[in-house]
Design a binder for this molecule. Sequence first.
Ligand SMILES: [Zn+2]
Length: 278
Amino acid sequence: MAAPDVAPQPGTEWDEAQCTAALALLEHLQAQIDDLRLALPRVIEPFHQPPNPRMFKLYVQGVVGSQNGIKTLREEWKSSETQTMFEHTKKSLTANPDLSASTSIPSHGWTERERKERESRKNKHDESSDEVTLTNEEVTRLISEVQKAWPNLHVDTRDDNHIISVQFVHESVKLKFRVTIERDANGRHTLNGKCLGTTEPFLTITRCIASRPQASDLKYLLNMVAAYTNVKSKECAKCEKIFDNTMSTPMARRSRQIVAADGTTETRWEAFHESCLS
Ligand SMILES: [Zn+2]
């Protein structure tokens, strides 16, 4: 153990990418813990419904799902990645116990940031030319365009168009989405899309939104959110089933360009299981 009065060696400092990856890991663990808080309600939920033939199956699914959740959390908690992070945190705290700067660090969005940073490092050679500046006016224009196309959507903006909230009721479930636009000093923007809620299916929807293609395209993202109200088929466009082998329904939305006989193209949104996204 290094003595606290010895300055940390340069080799032991973490760079921004390592810190972002660690925050993403913490966010992931936090989401798992949040989900486990609902383990008991999920197990007893089938008994609050009128007796029906699916009661036992739902009960078993609740129990097995919760057991798997605990097992996964335990494994990830013990993983060398998590333990190294805790070790680093302890050393860092010993070196500098002032945590005041941490109050300005957002508690969410790290998974998405980490993924984007990783991708941008990977694609940095061909990325510079296709970044489009997303101005405030452009955001307003895109929102009114999307609202016109999907009149049943309630769209609100806050914080000078930096936060866009979209909500609607879909199959008696209220879905609320939040899109945040972050701009860096070079005018480039990052879009974070989230389906609000700490339980399923909201967590799956958030993951499916985070893994979308065209990650910087606000129009694409808003249309994807809108597509939760309306896809032609409830079956997965890939495996053509309603349930996958984890009994999940298709929670992802992806678009496809359909070319009609007269040569016109139409964008069609389709449903996919998270497990069927390639
Ligand atoms: Zn599928």
